[in-house]
Design a protein around this ligand. Structure first.
Ligand code: F6R
Length: 348
């Protein structure tokens, strides 16, 4: 598969995942206006914490908020809220389809506990529930995969928390300009020789990626890269974070070189690592060299925290889609998730 052939890309990507990525800067801009338009019946600064509940491509929004806001955020992935959930928390339920059973169940759990809620969805059962219970809903555009709608789900919340003074200072115009610059460098019309995500995809093709981030910094990016490789490129990928991985996973490299002959470690860096973790990464690089483990470093774009985190997520999105094309698979459909959900519905 030639990543520089626009005809071949169109053939392999009939639902336009690449186009969704190329237009991500517009998506983010549109999403900021969705945040401006919604009127909330409460003040965000009244809450002690935001508890984001969702699954998969919708739940990642909670992890991103936790990394980016100057406000406590936890993410819940499951049917019920954690024991710690209480009315002093704002419950934010995110479901692109509005029909994910775990998210709907957790939303109802929050209502039972007397929590205030905010929902984000394209519609579905979630919209009906919001209408019935008078819960504010940010209605996002339909017609994309949930994981290709991160901008639609993240930016309204960034805008709302920014307005409430709980996000530090986000310069949305500047951020958008920077994301546009990334799209200019990484889009499918830029040839492989000068296109970093295409280059990394070529490097990773046929290998099992192991993505390492650091706790509280790039852990969200590492997890996103892993899940995007799974869902877009339809192949296994693994992830872990410093410093925890030095307390268990590291030992696996003792006999690893043979078993890892098809694996490649990617360490994510963005310059915001604490010093001890930087040193840990350096020591691991030496260990990989000694043990014959294939590894590479992926650096985030330059800029502030928002540019680095969102930019490196965006890079991973592009890279995983290019990897899908090299794997000769359509990046959009997630047939195994759909058939799993269908069987669950039939049998339950
Ligand atoms: C599909 C995807 C999935 C979904 C998940 C939850 O693109 O990313 O991980 O996000 O199955 O569905 P929604 O987002 O509709 O609640």
């Amino acid at each position: 598969m030639n990543l520089d052939s626009s005809e071949k890309i169109k053939e392999m990507d009939p639902q336009g995942m690449v186009e969704d990525l190329d237009t991500f800067p517009d998506q983010c801009k549109e999403a900021v206006s969705l945040g401006e338009e919604i009127k909330l019946p409460y003040d965000l600064e009244e809450f002690d914490r935001a508890l984001v509940t969702g699954m998969g491509g919708s739940a990642i929004v909670g992890d991103l908020l936790a990394r980016l806001l100057d406000f406590p955020v936890d993410t819940n992935r499951g049917y019920y809220l954690p024991k710690s959930a209480r009315p002093d928390d704002l419950l934010i339920a995110v479901s692109y389809s509005g029909n994910t059973e775990e998210t709907l169940s957790a939303l109802k759990d929050g209502q039972r506990r007397g929590m205030e809620s905010l929902c984000l969805s394209t519609g579905g059962k979630m919209e009906k529930y919001c209408n019935r219970e008078s819960i504010p809903l940010v209605k996002i555009p339909t017609g994309h995969q949930p994981r290709a709608s991160t901008g639609y789900m993240l930016f309204p919340l960034l805008k709302l928390f920014d307005e409430a003074g709980l996000a530090g200072t986000i310069d949305f115009a500047q951020l958008n300009e920077e994301v546009e610059g990334m799209a200019d460098s990484w889009n499918s019309s830029v040839p492989t020789e000068s296109n970093e995500p295409k280059k990394l995809a070529e490097e990773l093709a046929g290998k099992v990626p192991v993505i390492y981030g650091t706790k509280g910094n790039t852990s969200v990016v590492a997890y996103r890269w892993k899940t995007q490789i799974n869902e877009n490129a339809k192949q296994p990928a693994f992830w872990n974070v410093f410093p925890e991985l030095n307390h268990n996973e590291t030992v696996g490299y003792e006999l690893g070189s043979e078993l890892m002959s098809n694996g490649k470690v990617i360490t994510l860096k963005n310059g915001l690592e604490i010093e001890r973790n930087e040193l840990r990464m350096k020591i691991m690089e030496d260990l990989f060299t000694d043990e014959g483990i294939d590894y590479a470093i992926a650096r985030a774009p330059e800029g502030d925290k928002f540019t680095k985190i969102i930019g490196q997520v965006y890079f991973g999105d592009y890279f995983s889609v290019y990897l899908a094309l090299l794997n000769q698979v359509d990046p959009s459909p997630v047939e195994l998730i759909e058939s799993f959900k269908a069987r669950l519905k039939k049998e339950g």
